[in-house]
Design a protein around this ligand. Sequence first.
Ligand code: DUC
Ligand code: ZN
Ligand code: ZN
Length: 459
Amino acid sequence: MFSTLLEDRVVDADLAVVGERIDAIGGRNPPGKREIDADGKLVMPGGVEPHSHLAQLSGGGIPTSDDFESGTRAAAYGGTTTVMAFSAQHRGTSTSETVTEAMERARLEATVDYALHLIVTEQHDRTAADLAEVARIGITSMKVFMTYDRLKLAGADLVNLLEGARSAGMTVMVHAEHDGLITWKRRQLIEGGRRDAMAHAESHSRLAERAGVAEALALAEALEMGIHVVHLSTGDALKEAEAARSRGVRATVETCPHYLVLEESLLDGPIRETAPFMSSPPLRGARDRAALWRAIEAGQVDTIGSDHAPYRLDAGKLPRGDKTEFHEVANGLPGIELRLPLLYSEGVTKGRITVSDFVRLVATNPAKLFGLYPRKVTPAVGSDADIVVWDDAERRTVTIDELHDRMDYTPYEGMTLTGWPETVLLRGRMVVHGGHDVLRPGGGRFIKRKPQPAKEMHR
Ligand code: DUC
Ligand code: ZN
Ligand code: ZN
């Protein structure tokens, strides 16, 4: 007997796939041309990755090790069949150039289905019209940064940009950390002789996150629009989001596996050993991890994104080798392949959340928030047959040699996880099974999304 996970319940039912779509759930189906025995397994929709950086430059200009090919292949091995990545506009470059280039790369390289978010780093008179143009081609979400010199927007520019996004029907993701506090603290730490990774955590403080999140929420409230706070790392920032929600703000929240399982003390030590764990926001302590898990259990976290931001140790993460100082390290952790296994093992296997919560966080909610639903995710008749057969008893120890990204380390090396995907179907085609794949560059399809009317955004 096996369990099929529908949106709101788990049932014991066969799934029939015809062509690329789900044709029937339950009932008596004629024998299939090909049958997959999922006895004892969970049959669930393919994961939707809402947050990954592929073929992109970091805030400091360092390229990610993964492009759309390796990034989407790694995603598929981890049970994800739709990947959302960024098309990053750099100052002085037009959004249309940025988007055309990313669309072309993704079209040639992606091995699973994909959608794009825009990153916007400038606000000028034409921006609102540019955003409307980008939304028309099916890119209906964008990220804005409140920190990083090359990326950040603030003050009236930020407000005007948000207004433009609202009228273009774009969902806004915000990197919410208070730049003034970070810059001020960083200077103090450098002047005090600090060079180590823990100084990164001290400058990207918990308070800086709380202040950034509070500001972002206040702007959304003023503009009467939704806002999605990404990679949230602290209990205090969560409280800000909850308070805003109770005032009627349509705030949604993402957190990432690394904030749930990795400990701040990993930043304590020589830079070569600690840089592999440097992300922004940084890892936090036990109190924040517990607060994030509690919020997940209470349904206050909407999505789990990997924030896959892969910078190799031998190419970019440490631009000056052992002499690299904390403020020179490229921030970000790889994790696109392990997003589902980490959440399943630490969440479901350890009894913190149900399988329905798991699917909601890694697939249904990201699809709904970003306008991919119901084509993606619902195992419902007529939706794309993106299906994962999940083996909840499989135990494996993570090692970089067995992952499929192009990284030279994983921050989860040596962790034993229980619950892994066994078989992955993309639009009815078995693309990963038993450690092998038939994924091919160009095999992924762009999912064109519709602009979202402001009053319907989120929730
Ligand atoms: N923000 C991200 O979303 N990813 C990597 C680094 C960062 O600051
Ligand atoms: Zn960010
Ligand atoms: Zn990111």
